[in-house]
Ligand binder design. Structure first.
Ligand code: MEV
Length: 463
């Protein structure tokens, strides 16, 4: 007894000590926003006042608007800005667009704008939605006769539809719903592992909540019906549902974006012929098709465009990223998402990507900037947004490959990065103007910019 008490005391003592040492905190989410900030500032910052003041500087003065943002997630202390830029002059299927892009990378919007202008003079971008099917799965373990399971599934299949009728009614009115449910035997990969593999049409919503709600109902139906199935043994009756969740891999929810023009129309000056430009460009794409190290960077360039529009329109960029990279590996090896060819003197450059996007639900009507971006795009349907996003990716890829195969990427990239360097050096407006002029035809490097600003400052001091 005495030993047990001593042990309990020591445990409590060390736990308390550990808490003190590790700065662990219980009930953080219950603190008010002010209390959270106070605690963080005290525990993690040497200059408490400075930290608090910076955190609060990013609060929106409109209290209601700030509260809306506070309530998007748990434990919000402030807002985190990313710039929203506009890439104008996009022509997609004959219609003109300005594309809102949210990104921190200096050269992305400029590159997209340049590609948009280039292609708007050559017929613009063409985009088509190939298909729009979403996927969700109920993953379960069944120990027993797989043929009996198959018969059981076929007998109860209609019940999955019947018992989700109230959940799917609204979606059906919009032309969507559950398309099909299959039983898949995956025991080859994992003992006793089966799935209900369901396909959905979710129209203008991304559909995550709709799909997950339907799947959880499928799981309930499956468990209940298995338990009552007389042909099953006791072990078979107790099939074990592991989880029910949508898949972010949507290889049948894809969009194709394309540009094409005569090879000789590809160039704007006589530094390079159309043939040579096209040959180098196509070889660069081929390299990304066969070489995964290059493919990842090539596709990252595409994602520069895709993510920027996906974030601006309030869509789930992690889902889009995960799905697109899986798609890039669909042949068993990571490869380029874009392709190019010359046929009968015509250069064609295209990509096909899976995109599960929504223009209703989620943040689309809640986040004021998302609403603004969607309005700027003409309040697109999900299919229209798929086209716009794919085009942003293709434009970005075109701009990157054009630079890479001609001037090299650093020229344009560092020019755009110049402003970041000047801000880091706390350059004044005059210094920025002088530096922009100075570096117009010179290589921008960190050392060169620092030297230039220092020389300007020493001149001012001596004059
Ligand atoms: C940089 O963000 C993106 C690029 O690396 C893409 C590419 O290499 O194709 C320029």
């Amino acid at each position: 007894m005495v030993i047990a008490l001593a042990k309990a005391y020591l445990c409590g003592y060390y736990y308390f000590k550990l808490l003190k040492m590790s700065k662990a905190i219980a009930g953080f989410s219950k603190l008010t926003k002010e209390q959270k900030i106070e605690w963080i500032a005290k525990e993690y910052f040497s200059n408490t006042d400075e930290a608090v003041s910076l955190i609060k500087k990013y609060w929106n003065p409109d209290v209601q608007l700030q509260q809306l943002h506070d309530e998007f997630i748990e434990n919000t202390i402030t807002n985190f800005y990313l710039p929203l830029g506009i890439a104008p002059n996009f022509t997609i299927n004959g219609r003109e667009y300005i594309i809102p892009m949210v990104t921190e990378e200096s050269s992305v919007v400029a590159a997209a704008s340049k590609a948009a202008k280039f292609w708007s003079a050559r017929g613009g971008f063409k985009a088509t939605v190939v298909n729009t099917e979403k996927i969700g799965q109920v993953h379960f373990l069944f120990t027993g006769d797989s043929e009996k399971l198959c018969d059981f599934f076929n007998t109860i299949k209609a019940k999955f539809f019947e018992e989700t009728r109230s959940l799917t009614a609204n979606m059906k009115k919009r032309g969507g719903g559950i398309l099909d449910i299959e039983l898949r035997n995956r025991t080859e990969h994992l003992p006793n592992y089966y799935q209900l593999h369901a396909t959905f049409e979710t129209k203008d919503s991304m559909g995550a909540n709709f799909i997950n709600t339907c799947l959880e109902q499928f799981a309930n139906t499956l468990k209940r019906e298995a338990l009552a199935h007389e042909q099953f043994s006791d072990e078979e009756k107790n099939l074990r549902v592991i989880m029910s969740i949508l898949s972010n891999y949507v290889p049948n929810c894809t969009v194709r974006a394309e540009v094409s023009c005569l090879v000789e129309d590809l160039v704007e000056d006589d530094s390079i012929s159309g043939e040579e430009f096209a040959r180098n460009f196509i070889t660069a794409v081929r390299i990304a098709e066969v070489e995964p190290y290059r493919a990842v960077t090539h596709n990252k360039g595409i994602m520069n465009g895709i993510d920027a529009v996906v974030v601006g329109t309030g869509n789930d960029f992690r889902a889009v990223e995960a799905g697109i990279h899986a798609y890039a590996s669909k042949e068993g090896r990571y490869s380029s998402l874009s392709h190019a060819r010359i046929e009968d003197g015509v250069f064609t450059f295209w990509l096909e990507v899976p995109l599960a996007l929504g223009t209703v639900g989620g943040l689309t009507t809640l986040h004021p900037m998302v609403k603004l971006c969607l309005e700027m795009l003409g309040k697109p349907s999900a299919e229209e947004l798929m086209k716009i996003v794919a085009v942003a990716g293709l434009a970005q890829n075109f701009a990157a490959l054009r630079s890479l195969t001609t001037t090299g990427i650093q020229q344009g990239h560092m020019k755009m990065h110049l402003m970041n360097m000047l801000n880091k050096l706390e350059a004044s407006a005059d210094e920025k103007q002088l530096a922009a002029r100075h570096f117009d035809c010179k290589a921008v490097t960190h050392a060169a910019v620092t030297d230039y600003i220092n020389s300007l400052r020493s001149k001012t001091l001596t004059s």
